[in-house]
Write a protein that binds this ligand. Sequence first.
Ligand SMILES: [Zn+2]
Length: 177
Amino acid sequence: MGELEGWKYCPRCRTELDGDGQRLKCAACGFVTYARSTATACALVEDDEGRVLLARRAVEPFKGRWDIPGGFLEEGEHPLDGMRRELREETGLEVEPLEFLGVWMDRYDGDSTAEATLNLYWTARAVSGEPQAADDVDDLRWFPRDELPAADELAFENVPLVLRAWQERAQRAGLDR
Ligand SMILES: [Zn+2]
């Protein structure tokens, strides 16, 4: 199940499409499309005490659950520009990346039939602004590394995995306080 599930007709000329779930082609006008994962860019913003800023989702999917701020990249947008833009929109903070934490695959609503996402994570620090929830976020909170929300209070399947990787990385770096 994927992005092209249920596509029958060419979005340009309405001719019936040929192909499968990975690739569809229009014999009439030459339109071709591929099923792809949708990329997001997100940041674990850390403060001077080593806490991380999490955002509570104001909208479905996972409304009311804690998420790592970030969001979908726009067409042609550099992931770091997208990460800074999303953080500005959701938290009011101007942030700069520290280190690239990694890539996690997921499904947008945790269902195997949902849109596939490819999620890029950086650690980051705020360079200006005060945290203020906006856009699709209704609360922001700094969480100490050993007092993170329980797994069933977190959004998306990849978020608990990312937070665990972040905790382990900080421990390896000898940042225990
Ligand atoms: Zn066509």
